[in-house]
Design a binder for this molecule. Structure first.
Ligand SMILES: [Zn+2]
Length: 460
């Protein structure tokens, strides 16, 4: 009996040793796989950096001229209050201004200038080789409204202070307008108001124009903004999120507050929006361009984050949960739900007939408008809440960013030459740009604004 037991335990130990051996082999292989992948992903980024072109050099006089040109542009209040309501006087003044500051652009006989829908400008530069496809650079002239409160200097002063120019539109997007006009002699581009972009697309389509690539405003060089990344890194938006603006309405018989029904339109609607807030859309991390962004950036993180980022196939559940914790990174991993308007009631003793709420969803590239609306309906799960879509569009397709894509590579080299060899990685634009109207003209749309931003700039 005792001998048998000993024999059993010897078998047991032998078995355990085999399992332990296999387990250690497995761990060894896993660690090797993690390290190999980390090494190759990091190395890839270094090779690209070494291919950086020569830096663009401007002399002091040119830099001063550019600065003055931007200050003058910021002082013209080209405000758009809505699609229809714009400061048209300022837009007209802006045209006079660029004609005065960049006279050669308008007088050169190899640049064609056209005005589209009165205030948008389309410039065409003819290259030497007519068989090559054109590319396009976009920038918008209009700015969002600004009140004086909260500004260090008045928003349309264009004040220069301690090496910075202050004013509405310096970052978004007049700097791109001025830089594009300055670089004019090597490009083909348009400057447009928001309505103008669509009209320009129609015009180009009519002429059968196909574009090799399009560059618009968007992401930038981020310095200290991505947690765990010490060096500045350039993010190029290869996709942008979709959007749904949705009205929810509840209509119930009106009444007097002295004899209230158990549920009112306000209560029913409040419960519905509360369910939407409490049940966020699913975490889609790894299914959009954000995964490539972290993978390609992995070499910039310190241990152990570098290994985790290079091996999202294993660590994405941990990383995606971490990203959910702050609003800005949460926007990268899912379709966001924002309750923006809520209206009901007119008098303290009247139970209102109707209650209405407006929500804005920003769609992760791995979801469609229809899928999100289905989830919304299922989450609300109340027939009394009526949905009506005010406007919507699907997320933009992911533009190619591989080694062989000319547009992405030329943009990358240009960024590296200007920003002293920063790593350049694909990213997801969480806001929207005019470039989304260009999907029928090209599959290569890149969203990048040539600025280096620090954490304190985000509030601006
Ligand atoms: Zn903008």
């Amino acid at each position: 009996m005792i001998i048998q037991q000993l024999r059993m335990s010897r078998h047991f130990w032998r078995g355990t040793l085999v399992i332990l051996g296999l387990f250690l082999c497995g761990v060894g292989l896993l660690v090797a796989a993690l390290l190999i992948r980390t090494y190759f992903i990091t190395k890839q980024q270094v090779i690209w950096q070494e291919q950086g072109a020569q830096a663009v050099k401007l002399d002091d006089r040119e830099i001063k001229q550019l600065r003055q040109a931007l200050i003058g542009a910021v002082r013209i209040p080209t405000v758009s209050f809505s699609e229809e309501e714009q400061n048209f006087t300022a837009l007209a003044e802006f045209e006079d201004y660029i004609r005065k500051v960049f006279p050669l652009v308008f007088s050169s006989n190899f640049i064609q200038h056209e005005i589209v829908t009165q205030y948008s400008h389309l410039f065409t530069v003819r290259g030497l080789d007519q068989s090559l496809m054109p590319y396009m650079i976009l920038a918008h002239l209009d700015v969002v409204p600004a009140q004086d409160e909260g500004w260090k200097f008045p928003p349309f002063s264009g004040e220069e202070h301690a090496g910075y120019i202050y004013g509405r539109g310096t970052l978004d997007d007049k700097c791109c307008v001025i830089v594009s006009l300055k670089n004019f002699f090597s490009c083909f581009y348009q400057v447009s108001g928001h309505n103008g972009a669509m009209k320009i697309v129609e015009k180009l389509q009519l002429h059968g124009v196909k574009l090799l690539f399009v560059v618009d405003e968007g992401l930038a060089v981020l310095d200290g903004i991505i947690q765990g990344v010490k060096r500045p890194v350039a993010l190029v938006g290869t996709s942008e999120k979709g959007s749904i603006t949705l009205n929810l309405t509840v209509n119930q018989p009106p009444g007097h507050s002295s004899m209230p029904p158990p549920e009112t339109s306000i209560g029913i609607l409040a419960a519905a929006v509360s369910r939407l807030e409490n049940n966020p859309m699913p975490n889609m991390f790894g299914k959009g361009p954000e995964a490539s962004m972290f993978e390609q950036l992995s070499g910039e993180f310190s241990f152990p984050l570098n290994i985790m980022m290079a091996n999202l196939w294993l660590f994405s559940p941990v990383i995606s949960r971490e990203l959910e914790k702050t609003a800005s990174s949460n926007a990268l991993v899912r379709t966001t739900t924002a309750l923006t308007i809520f209206n009901s009631g007119i008098k303290s003793n009247v139970i209102p007939h109707s209650a209405r709420a407006t929500l804005n969803f920003r769609l992760h590239p791995a979801q469609t408008v229809d899928e999100v609306l289905d989830i919304v309906r299922n989450t609300i799960n109340d027939e009394r809440v009526k949905l009506s879509v005010i406007n919507s569009f699907d997320p933009l397709p992911i533009s190619p960013y591989d080694e062989s894509n000319f547009g992405y590579q030329i943009l990358k080299r240009t960024i590296q030459s200007v920003f002293s060899g920063v790593p350049v990685v694909p990213g997801l634009c969480i806001g929207n740009t005019d470039s989304r109207h260009f999907v029928n003209l090209t599959d290569s749309i890149y969203r990048f604004s040539p600025f280096q931003l620090k954490p304190e700039d985000l509030g601006r």
